[in-house]
Design a protein around this ligand. Sequence first.
Ligand SMILES: Nc1nc2c(ncn2[C@@H]2O[C@H](COP(=O)(O)OP(=O)(O)OP(=O)(O)O)[C@@H](O)[C@H]2O)c(=O)[nH]1
Ligand SMILES: [Mg+2]
Length: 445
Amino acid sequence: MKLEFFADRKTDNVALKFGIIGAGQCGGKITDLFASLKNNDGHRYYETMVVNSWEGDLKPLQYVARERRYLLKGGEGCGHKPKVCERLMDDPANQEMLMEAIEKGFKDADAFYVIAGLAGGTGTGLISSIIKLIDYIKNTPLLDSGLSPKPINAIVTMPRSIDTGLDKANAVDELNRLAGMFKEGILSSLVVIDNEKSFREYVEHTKLNPNDMSYQDWMDYSNQTVVQAIHEFNIGIMYPSDLNFDTQDLKNIFEDTPGIITISKTVFEQETINSGTLIDDIISCFNTGNVLADGHDLPKAKHAGYLIVRPRNINIPQSTFNELDIRLAQETPNALTRPGSCIVNPNRDDNRLIIYTINKIVQMPKRLREELEPEVKKLMESMTGTEDALAEIAVSTTSYANAFTRGVKRRVSSKIFERTDTQNSPQNQELATQRISRADIFKRN
Ligand SMILES: Nc1nc2c(ncn2[C@@H]2O[C@H](COP(=O)(O)OP(=O)(O)OP(=O)(O)O)[C@@H](O)[C@H]2O)c(=O)[nH]1
Ligand SMILES: [Mg+2]
């Protein structure tokens, strides 16, 4: 996989060490790309594992360690039926296998990504159980000790226009379940890849670049795009910068307020760089450069961050960043944070200007909102509920007012007691008893 020069084995660390778990074929393939990424010393940046119900999906993987590929007992694929996967997960041997797999790994992870293509059987049937399992195994002990949980995030693909109604309904049903996990405070963020957008972009790309052999097919294009965007951002903010996008800023985006994360990227070749339009270019990167899915309303963003990679010979004056701060404040009035970073491209021969933006937003992408009606209606309602609760937090972090769900309450309380010894506080004891029980993990309600 081709990465931007600055992200390709030039630094030892990433800002967030994600522990990554892929379920089903799509989840496995995306996870395999994350597993291929290595640092200066040849060490992998991300710890990975994959789960499948069919050996044929596991075999083509190249980078995930063999001992971290798990095959469900009794599985012969789930043929687009999540229920079939649920039945496989009724088997205690499969439950034990996954529990042990998660328990023994991910010692260094700062955060987790669980990945699946929605609309199939295996990934769709497994993703919510895996999220609950990580919460139970990794986060419950932290919460019980008064420590903050590690953010659990998901990457999902949504079906194309031509996919069947049943596939779409299954995908939306699972998305609903994931939105419910926002409310419970188990899931911190969701990256939604719109496969229709990936497909169309790939067709366009091959028309313009008929000799480009970087991608096997539209799915590979989609997978590479998402992994590049996440990894390049994660590594780009580790470079020295005069601005203030640091690791904690990225953590805030993942940890604070559940929602959809979108990452955008726009590249300007040397002859098209115009410092006079830089601020507009950054705003349009937020609005239209999204590599994963189109159609999020910027004013709804809860977090809005940017990373600029500039060529050595182009200076951007501080006054431009001051103006940008003002513009961003206007464009994202509801944002809780707006971190930014500007780094110099370490490749002296590369004269392009690259803009990345990252958003966290409580809104589904436009095509999914419009096309997957009416299934999505239910989803929007549940997301709106989250937004109301979040708005309350933004106004008053000390208020435990009425509709707070377990998870939202948990996050608020962990903020309030941050600097004190919370080991045995009554609040924490109460929260510990509200935690998920093992029996609930493998049920997809
Ligand atoms: N973007 C992207 N989408 C994929 C990829 N592979 C499959 N998909 C999509 O993801 C959805 C689920 O497909 P799979 O991942 O093959 O399904 P599975 O989880 O293995 O489930 P079963 O094979 O039905 O047991 C479908 O809508 C596919 O079109 C991929 O590599 N990238
Ligand atoms: Mg499969």
